[in-house]
Structures are given as structure tokens and as C-alpha cells.
Write a new protein. Structure first.
Ligand code: SF4
Length: 304
């Protein structure tokens, strides 16, 4: 793959797996989708021309940082079998350790050398003061940790036997025929003959989509050999501390399956042997919220 000034990018299409994130990226802006899933590939190599895209691809926002800190700490605690230290103490230690690690990384701007290191959109593009951001994250984490314990979720998870914990490296993978499907979950465990999926949510995710619930069911069927009626989907929203149990009584599985088929067919049409930058139309509606704005705006001038 080459990125040269004054020349459109050309990429060879390799692997394809469908996910709700992939679909959302395409809806956000087809050009941003091209940068995220294709043009940034190979940017992890030190001298790659795609390094700038790879760096921007890993920008995250404050709400997603909070979500990932909580998810990582919850997983660290859930899968750890050692010791009798009360979970509240363990979780607070883990949160404090991971948070301090993030602060150090941000302060040293480690993302300049290693694109996978933490870099915040609000600081990078909006020039928000790092001190103010850290203060707001500290407050949000303190509230979220308190509400997590008040919700009763930790007490419930504490009772899950080791044998009933499903081990995985996010994202989870399942399939629809030969189509690979990826989806996110923070914890998966079995209890009373059922399998439970928990997602830490960000504000606009408080309605866990019907498609995500169907992905949970496909995973249960294919990977755990459990029927769809043995699946429960939960979400924890840190800002209000509510654990949502998602109601599947009105879930229309065939509608969701058709949605995945239509969406993947649309994206696969563009997944050709040679993907061409200009074929991924710029939506132009979300540029101020786009992680690729720095690259894309310069690019417009280069290609003009
Ligand atoms: S800056 Fe705007 S046009 Fe360019 S990729 Fe982002 S959203 Fe699309």
C-alpha cells in the first residue's frame, strides 16, 4: 500500500469481518471507514507511510477511556483467583493503577513512539487542558466504582465459579455461515444454565442494540453450544450506575440477521482486490468529530 502526496491511496483488500463498529464507521463517513479499516493497515511498521493514519486510528475519547478502564479492571478482578482481599479494595487498587499508568503515558506522550498508547481526542484536537480532563475522569471513575458496587453486580459476579467464567480476548468472534462476525463484550459467564454477556456502556449506548443481542445468541449457539433462549444480555452505564437487563421478548432475530446480511453485502461490494481512496465518498457531516480530520484536511489540499 502506498501513500504519496498528490496521489490517491490504493490498498489491497485482505480479510473481512463484519461488526456493528464497522457498520457505524461506514455510516459516520465512508472515507473515515476507508482510513480506519484499510489505509491504516501496516502503519504499525516503523517506516510505513500509513503511520499517521495508524496513530489517528488509535485516538480515543474520554468516555471511551473511562469505559475501557472499568472494563479492564473488571476483567482483571473477575479472572483473578488469588487472595481473600475484598473485591472493592482490589477494584479500587486496579483502577488507581491503570489510571495512573494512563496519566503517565499521556504526560510522556508515549503515543508519539507507540501509536497504541493512550491519546485523547479532546486533548489532541480540542486542546482541552490535560489537568481538567484528568480531574473529570477521576470524578467519573470514583462515581462509577461506587455505583458499580451499589448495583449489586460485583456481589453477583463474586459467586461465579472459575469453571463458569468464559475466557476470551476481546473482541469476541462468531459467524453467520462463512461470514466472520466480531463484537465487543466486557465479561461473559455462565450461571444457572444460562450464559450472560456484560457490556460497560457509554452514554449513547444505553440501548444495547437488537443486533448485538443476536450476536450474543449466535456466539452462544456456535461457540458454547447453548440455545438462544439461554442467553441474557446486560449493560452497565457508569454515569447513572444502572445495570440494564436487556429485554429480548420482542427481539426479531430474522430481522437482525437480514440486517447483518444486507450491511455486510454493502461493505463487501467495496472490499475489492484494489480499494481506491476516491471510491469512499466523504460524508463531510462529521468532520469535527472525526479522528482522521488532521490527515483528511491536508489530503484535500494535496489532492486538489
Ligand atoms: S474529516 Fe470529514 S470527510 Fe474526512 S474522513 Fe473525517 S468525517 Fe470524513
Amino acid at each position: 500500500m502506498t501513500i504519496r502526496r498528490n496521489e490517491p491511496i490504493r490498498v489491497t483488500g485482505k480479510y473481512f469481518s463484519w461488526s456493528t463498529a464497522r457498520e457505524k464507521h461506514f455510516e459516520f463517513c465512508p472515507r473515515a471507514y476507508f482510513y480506519q479499516y484499510y489505509a491504516a493497515a501496516g502503519g504499525f511498521e516503523k517506516y510505513s507511510a500509513a503511520r499517521q493514519l495508524y496513530k489517528l486510528k488509535h485516538l480515543t475519547t474520554v468516555p471511551f477511556w473511562i469505559k475501557s478502564l472499568l472494563g479492564e479492571c473488571l476483567r482483571d478482578w473477575f479472572y483473578d483467583v488469588s487472595g481473600d482481599i475484598p473485591p472493592e479494595k482490589v477494584m479500587r487498587r486496579l483502577l488507581s493503577w491503570r489510571f495512573r499508568k494512563g496519566i503517565k503515558s499521556l504526560s510522556l506522550q508515549e503515543w508519539r513512539e507507540d501509536s497504541k498508547k493512550l491519546n485523547l481526542f479532546e486533548h489532541y484536537y480540542e486542546h482541552s487542558d490535560l489537568g481538567d480532563i484528568l480531574e473529570s475522569v477521576t470524578a467519573a471513575l470514583t462515581t462509577a466504582a461506587k455505583k458499580l458496587f451499589q448495583s449489586g453486580l460485583i456481589a453477583r459476579l463474586e459467586k461465579v465459579d472459575q469453571v463458569n467464567k468464559v475466557i476470551f480476548n476481546p473482541p469476541l468472534e462468531t459467524n453467520l455461515g462463512a461470514l466472520k462476525l466480531w463484537f465487543a463484550a466486557d465479561l461473559v459467564w455462565q450461571e444457572d444454565g444460562k450464559v450472560n454477556f456484560l457490556n460497560i456502556l457509554v452514554e449513547n449506548e444505553s440501548e444495547l442494540s437488537a443486533v448485538r443481542m443476536v450476536l450474543h445468541r449466535l456466539y452462544a449457539m456456535h461457540q458454547l453450544k447453548l440455545s438462544p433462549d439461554k442467553v441474557q444480555s446486560f449493560g452497565f452505564l457508569p454515569s447513572n450506575g444502572i445495570v440494564y437487563r436487556f429485554d429480548d421478548s420482542k427481539l426479531n432475530v430474522s430481522e437482525c440477521i437480514n440486517h447483518i446480511k444486507d450491511s455486510s453485502a454493502k461493505l463487501l461490494q467495496l472490499h475489492t482486490d484494489e480499494l481506491r481512496e476516491e471510491e469512499f465518498i466523504k460524508s463531510g457531516n462529521n468532520c469535527d468529530n472525526c479522528r482522521f480530520q488532521e490527515f483528511c484536511r491536508n489530503r484535500s489540499l494535496q489532492l486538489a
